[in-house]
Design a protein around this ligand. Structure first.
Ligand code: HEC
Ligand code: HEC
Length: 269
């Protein structure tokens, strides 16, 4: 009997140390770490637009959904007779200027959901720096409208934050503020916004697969891979939605947060 017990203890210890090892060793996705944008007080509208175009086509991940036709509204071309986004942004909500509407679209996408579309757009102000957000707004305004974003829209960095032009934090360390550094899986899920698309234990949206029993379909390794690199595999029956899951989680969370989330989901059998 004691032999069996010893074996179990051994296995448990082995598994635990393995996970600790993985948690410390796990490589973070480095490719999508946002570049710090240096937009000084004298930035011109042209510079903002050029920077915003890069964000739109690159790190912002906007083209995953926008520009493919049915998944999200066209932004750079006409949308159902209302013109490109710079032309229609000021008419979406009464009392909101184009600039206010575009900021809201990125900061609180469900405040106004364009009729005919699902509310799947992630909160972009969580994933992009204020500089990147305002540059992308300038770029969108330039599509058929007037660029009125200026340096004064970009909030000054809080004391202790990166000064504009400074190099970004070491890749993969994750912003220290993400989920306030918590390793509570529920806080991580909340901060990452997984439930904007997924259901889990009866909460959340039904756009993406219900994660309540994800542990019976995928092991920890597979879940970890999916979070770090969503393109690595596609859930069965959801092929049409491939590419929607944000690719930025790997650089948002630190290694222990990622591991806490992975183990929590893997235990959902
Ligand atoms: C996961 C898919 C997805 C991604 C990624 C995404 N969007 Fe969207 N976006 C949508 C959908 C769907 C809508 C329409 C529903 C709504 O209003 O929420 C939308 C709406 C918008 C609107 C309002 C359009 C209008 O006609 O009023 C703007 C502006 C916008 N997105 C900008 C962006 C920008 C900029 C990015 C990248 C930084 C981005 N989106 C990334 C899916 C996405
Ligand atoms: C913008 C919507 C969106 C967000 C936010 C999102 N996902 Fe997903 N996720 C999807 C979609 C759509 C799929 C199915 C298509 C695919 O596999 O790429 C998916 C698939 C998955 C799968 C595979 C499910 C299966 O049944 O095999 C896992 C695991 C997963 N997501 C975890 C997460 C976690 C954890 C988070 C938060 C850190 C998250 N997702 C955030 C849209 C999203």
């Amino acid at each position: 009997m004691w032999v069996t017990n010893l074996k179990i203890v051994g296995v448990v210890l082995g598994v635990l140390s393995l996970y600790t090892l993985i948690a410390n060793k796990i490589p973070q996705v480095q490719s999508e770490v946002p570049q710090a944008l240096a937009l000084g007080a004298n930035v011109t509208p042209e510079q903002l637009v050029a920077a915003g175009e890069k964000v739109f086509n690159g790190i912002g991940g906007c083209t995953t959904c926008h520009g493919l036709g049915t998944r999200a509204p066209n932004l750079l071309t006409d949308e159902k007779g209302t013109g490109p986004i710079g032309a229609r942004c000021g008419r979406r909500e009464t009392g909101k200027t184009c600039k206010q509407y575009l900021f809201e679209s990125l900061d609180n996408p469900t405040a106004y959901v364009v009729p005919g579309y699902q509310p799947i757009m992630p909160v972009m102000t969580k994933q992009l720096s204020p500089e990147q957000v305002w540059a992308v707004i300038a770029f969108l305004e330039s599509q058929g409208g007037t660029v009125d974003v200026t340096a004064s829209d970009i909030p000054a960095p809080s004391p202790g934050a990166l000064t504009p032009g400074a190099s970004p934090g070491s890749p993969g360390s994750g912003p220290p503020g993400f989920a306030a550094g918590s390793t509570d899986p529920k806080a991580i899920i909340q901060a990452a916004g997984c439930l904007a698309c997924h259901k889990l234990d009866g909460q959340g949206q039904m756009i993406a697969p219900d994660l309540t029993h994800v542990g019976s379909r995928r092991d920890a390794e597979s879940i970890r891979k999916k979070i770090l690199d969503p393109a690595s595999s596609v859930a069965k029956g959801y092929e049409k939605l491939a590419g929607i899951m944000p690719k930025t989680f790997g650089s948002m969370m630190n290694a222990s947060q990622l591991e806490a989330l992975v183990q929590y989901l893997a235990a959902h059998k």
